[in-house]
Design a protein around this ligand. Structure first.
Ligand SMILES: *[C@@H]1O[C@H](CO)[C@@H](O)[C@H](O)[C@H]1NC(C)=O
Ligand SMILES: *[C@@H]1O[C@H](CO)[C@@H](O)[C@H](O)[C@H]1NC(C)=O
Ligand SMILES: *[C@@H]1O[C@H](CO)[C@@H](O)[C@H](O)[C@H]1NC(C)=O
Ligand SMILES: *[C@@H]1O[C@H](CO)[C@@H](O)[C@H](O)[C@H]1NC(C)=O
Ligand SMILES: *[C@@H]1O[C@H](CO)[C@@H](O)[C@H](O)[C@H]1NC(C)=O
Ligand SMILES: *[C@@H]1O[C@H](CO)[C@@H](O)[C@H](O)[C@H]1NC(C)=O
Ligand SMILES: *[C@@H]1O[C@H](CO)[C@@H](O)[C@H](O)[C@H]1NC(C)=O
Ligand SMILES: *[C@@H]1O[C@H](CO)[C@@H](O)[C@H](O)[C@H]1NC(C)=O
Ligand SMILES: *[C@@H]1O[C@H](CO)[C@@H](O)[C@H](O)[C@H]1NC(C)=O
Ligand SMILES: *[C@@H]1O[C@H](CO)[C@@H](O)[C@H](O)[C@H]1NC(C)=O
Length: 598
């Protein structure tokens, strides 16, 4: 409580300081953040540089949304006819007036067109400026902020000329105080391992109930015996951040244990975005990327996999290695959106996210719109739903930052974006329940309303739930996750285990998190896309309308467990959709049969 009071006090001091400065003529405040829990360490040096990300209003996002829904609705004659890059960009490219107004404003501050970098659709402009210029441009004061070992450069509030409100959705990094987290790869400690009931080994399932391997997942989700055929055209992408590295030697060691026929044949392409790195020293592999690359490869080989490592911790302070903070989903979206249609993977897995409440709403909406634009081109995007259930175990965080006496569950972003498929976690084989060592992320968005495709399923859940958790969540928000997959006890090969379990020099260890669930579900989707492509049909693209209307019949409904957190038992799982395990876990054979009619 003391900490909240102190941050309130700091906040009001900061507000006073801002109020004391006269608002620049013609300018109006565009956004202000409560910066809940962050400490302002004082003004940034004026000669530091940062890259401003300017979101120009898209001309016709509604049109894109309509086309996307039409083409992903299995009842529509246009089903599966994905838009091309040019068609998508034609819908979201800003109006000329918008572009001209923004260019004029920047030119008035000495920033000519030659110093701007643009997204492929022209809906984002990037410009590197000094803090001194940014302060003038945005009538603000950039400061250094600190929280939990993170040090970042932000303005906390910013203004722009009033007439630009019609043309600019957001400018960052200003009010974005989000911290990107990886959703797990939480190593199991010796205690966790010894708590497993090893006596559950059976002749049918072996040790799957306590150690999840490729064999276990192939058998559980019925992909056993399916060999990919459309490998020339059907690719799988894995997105990584925060310096996570995927190591080829470790992958081969993993394959020799779990998918021996792929050893020496499997490989992945590495794409480095925003100065990301992926060194291949013998100690370079991190558990998160080991989990992602090893399980996607093990489940989908010989499908080609590309590993996208996005570097650049926001806000791109090149001169200070110790400036950490959230890495940037936007850099990834911008890069991947620029790929021509024939280079875009049909399936993606991402195991990272932030608490939605820490992301400015207009920024979250624009990143989500970027994900919609990818989805409209026929890409299926899987995101892990988070590992903290409805919020942290520590209930004192579960409040509205704008009103600290208002309790509030903490949904995750981008899991809450309605244009992606959010994946929750299960455990136990073969009788799956929601994970228990941590909680499967789930709940309802405060930013995005409930999309029509899930209206029936979510209404049914809410009337079953009744008023138990009223006040904690926004019942009109987008419910997540959409689906689930195994999320704990995954056996991987990573250097971390040299210290954890080094008695015989092995690098083998058990990890968990919805970080395991997302690549697992994405692998099944990649195989479904392989089936589609080898039948000369288009890739599945946006999955949700199809999942909620038909494919749920090919999922195993998980009815036991909950998304505990915020010092509550959270939302319970039940029959049908629930905000713990979504519609359930995949049954590849059934899904293939259901897809026949598409
Ligand atoms: C799997 O392990 C869990 C304990 O984590 C146990 O409750 C369950 O009965 C086991 N399932 C089977 C099929 O052995
Ligand atoms: C794996 O792919 C990378 C390119 O991404 C290449 O440099 C490397 O030589 C390949 N390794 C093997 C063993 O094929
Ligand atoms: C990448 O690093 C180079 C050299 O350090 C720097 O000039 C460039 O701005 C960086 N780019 C990004 C996007 O971080
Ligand atoms: C990693 O490489 C270094 C130097 O090449 C070597 O000394 C070390 O023994 C290697 N470690 C392992 C676990 O192979
Ligand atoms: C960055 O690290 C240096 C050296 O460790 C330290 O002196 C400085 O205070 C740090 N800067 C911030 C903003 O934390
Ligand atoms: C919970 O978080 C609050 C606010 O940061 C902190 O003061 C408190 O010590 C935390 N409690 C526990 C049990 O971690
Ligand atoms: C803050 O939340 C409390 C508890 O829900 C409520 O009583 C109060 O009116 C809210 N204050 C404001 C300013 O909205
Ligand atoms: C609840 O969600 C709806 C739909 O997204 C939104 O319009 C509304 O502002 C939200 N309410 C709160 C209190 O966040
Ligand atoms: C090393 O130890 C691990 C875990 O205890 C075990 O699974 C593995 O079989 C051992 N490897 C060798 C080569 O003895
Ligand atoms: C957690 O819940 C228990 C029981 O409902 C309650 O006694 C306790 O005060 C709560 N703790 C916090 C930090 O809210």
């Amino acid at each position: 409580m003391r900490r909240s009071l102190r941050s309130l006090l700091l906040l009001s001091l900061a507000a006073l300081a801002l109020a004391a400065r006269e608002q620049r003529a013609g300018y109006a405040c565009k956004d202000r953040s409560a910066a809940h829990g962050w400490r302002n360490l004082g003004p940034a040096r004026p000669d530091r540089t940062l890259t401003l990300e300017i979101a120009l209003k898209q001309s016709n996002f509604e049109g894109l949304h309509e086309q996307l829904m039409l083409r992903s609705d299995p009842e529509s004659t246009l089903y599966g006819q994905h838009l091309s890059q040019a068609e998508v960009e034609g819908l979201i490219h800003p109006e000329e007036e918008t572009r001209a107004s923004v260019l004029q404003w920047l030119a008035d501050h000495g920033l000519g067109e030659e110093v701007l970098r643009w997204s492929s659709a022209g809906d984002w402009a990037f410009v590197t400026v000094t803090v001194e210029l940014a302060n003038r441009l945005l009538d603000t004061e950039y400061s250094i902020w600190h929280k939990d070992g993170h040090t970042i450069l932000r303005s906390g509030a910013y203004s722009i000329p009033h007439e630009l409100f019609a043309h600019i959705d957001t400018i960052q990094p200003t009010t974005d105080f989000s911290i990107m987290r990886k959703h797990g790869a939480v190593p199991m400690t010796d205690e966790d391992v010894s708590a497993l009931d090893l006596s559950t080994a059976s002749s049918e399932w072996g040790t799957c109930n306590t150690t999840v391997t490729i064999d276990c997942l192939q058998k559980l989700y019925k992909t056993e015996g399916y060999f990919p055929r459309a490998v020339e055209v059907n690719h799988l992408g894995v997105a990584a951040y925060l310096g996570d590295d995927a190591n080829l030697d470790d992958l081969n060691e993993f394959l020799s244990l779990q998918r021996p026929e792929a050893v020496g044949h499997a490989n992945f392409t590495t794409v480095l975005i925003s100065n990301g790195t992926n060194p291949q020293t013998n100690l370079s592999g991190t558990t998160e990327s080991a989990l992602d690359i090893q399980f996607t490869t093990g489940l989908t080989w010989p499908t080609h996999i590309t590993f996208y490592e996005t570097g650049g911790t926001r806000p791109h302070l090149f001169d200070a290695a110790n400036m950490t903070g959230s890495a940037n989903f936007l850099d990834w979206v911008t890069y991947v959106s620029s790929l021509p249609d024939d280079q875009l993977p049909s399936t993606f897995s991402t195991s990272y996210g932030s608490e939605e409440v820490t992301v400015p709403i207009d920024y979250a909406q624009r990143v989500c719109a970027g994900l919609a634009a990818l989805t409209a081109r026929g890409v299926s995007l899987m995101y892990s739903s988070g590992d903290s259930g409805v919020g942290y175990a520590n209930a004192s965080f579960c409040v509205d930052p704008n009103n600290l006496s208002q309790k509030m569950f903490l949904p995750n972003f981008p899991a809450s974006c309605p244009y992606i498929t959010s994946v929750g976690g299960t455990q136990n084989i073969p009788n799956e329940v929601a994970v228990t060592r941590f909680a499967s992320g789930g709940g309802f968005s405060n930013f995005f309303g409930r999309p029509s495709y899930q209206d029936k399923a979510v209404s049914k859940y809410l009337s079953w739930l009744g008023s138990d958790l009223t006040g904690w969540y926004n019942a009109s928000g987008r419910g997540f996750p959409d689906v689930a997959a195994q999320g704990d006890r995954f056996q991987i090969v990573a250097p971390a285990y040299l210290t954890v379990k080094s008695s015989n020099g092995t690098k083998i260890g058990l990890v968990g998190g919805t970080s395991a669930s997302s690549p697992t579900f994405a692998s099944v989707v990649a195989l479904l896309n392989d089936v589609r492509r080898s039948q000369r049909k288009p890739a599945l693209g946006f999955l949700n309308p199809l999942l909620y209307s038909r494919l749920y019949l090919g999922l195993n409904d998980i009815t036991v467990g909950s998304s505990f957190g915020c010092n509550t038992t959270g939302f319970p799982a039940t029959h049908g959709w629930d905000p713990v395990t979504g519609l359930g876990t995949p049954d590849f054979q059934k899904l293939v049969a259901l897809m026949e009619f598409l």
